[in-house]
Design a protein around this ligand. Structure first.
Ligand SMILES: Nc1ncnc2c1ncn2[C@@H]1O[C@H](COP(=O)(O)OP(=O)(O)O)[C@@H](O)[C@H]1O
Ligand SMILES: O=c1ccn([C@@H]2O[C@H](COP(=O)(O)O)[C@@H](O)[C@H]2O)c(=O)[nH]1
Length: 211
């Protein structure tokens, strides 16, 4: 197998990373895309009490097992399969289930801090930063966290002000400078997605010609 094409997608919380990635996958019409969410690599905290887990700063790079993510991406790029951890937001820790994930010709890694680690960044063929206005991100996060991540209004507000916002300025936003493409996502993102899909199709065509 040729080396897969690796795309890294970073951007603030609720900027629309997953939405953009799903749009790329759908518009490219490719089955051969693997989507890895950096959130699955949050540290295992099952040994901690719920009270301790809630206090963790999840927007700091130390909250993530970056070494494991890097090793897994290297394995996937070498055509190997991995046992990927999965994350349980409601319980603020890794879930018991692991997922056996096989390598694919296109691999996308998405996460707020996906462009932080230079070693991981250097493996990427294409680096993307999704950008949305802070107020819009906060409103999206509030809705999403209450509906899908089992959070209360008060907890989302408290976490946003104490860690999410300051860490965004300290660690997330500065990685924008590493991006090859910056996608504004306050409203739509269709033109940027079309460009990326075009690049992916070219890559897949070249790959198919070689075989
Ligand atoms: N362009 C957009 N317009 C309207 N809502 C959007 C847009 N992009 C994302 N959203 C919504 O915002 C929320 C967060 O998006 P998501 O893709 O999960 O963000 P991220 O992966 O960056 O955390 C979701 O409910 C999603 O449907
Ligand atoms: O237990 C957890 C783990 C993470 N978070 C928050 O998730 C976001 C990252 O996910 P996005 O989909 O990019 O928003 C990060 O800002 C963490 O604060 C959490 O709340 N609880």
């Amino acid at each position: 197998m040729d080396k897969p094409y690796l795309i890294i997608v970073a951007g603030g919380s609720a900027s629309g990373k997953s939405t953009v990635v799903q749009s790329i996958i759908k518009n490219a019409g490719l089955d051969d895309v693997l989507d890895i969410n950096q959130d699955d690599y949050y540290n295992d905290q099952s040994h901690m009490t719920m009270e301790e887990r809630i206090k963790v700063n999840y927007d700091h790079p130390n909250a993530l097992d970056n070494q494991l993510l890097f090793q897994h991406i290297k394995d996937l790029l070498a055509g190997k399969s991995i046992s990927k951890p999965t994350y349980d937001y409601k319980n603020y820790t890794r879930a018991k289930e692991v997922e056996i994930v096989h390598s694919k010709p296109v691999i996308i890694v998405e996460g707020i801090l996906a462009l932080t680690d230079k070693k991981l960044r250097d493996l990427a063929d294409l680096k993307i930063f999704v950008e949305s206005d802070n107020d819009i991100r906060f409103i999206r996060r509030l809705k999403r966290d209450m509906v899908s991540r089992g959070r209360s209004l008060e907890s989302v507000i408290e976490q946003y002000l104490s860690t999410v916002k300051p860490m965004h300025y300290q660690f997330v936003k500065p990685t924008k400078r590493y991006a090859d493409i910056i996608i504004p996502n306050d409203d739509g993102h269709s033109v940027a997605v079309e460009l990326i899909v075009g690049m992916l199709k070219q890559f897949m065509e070249k790959k198919n010609k070689w075989h």
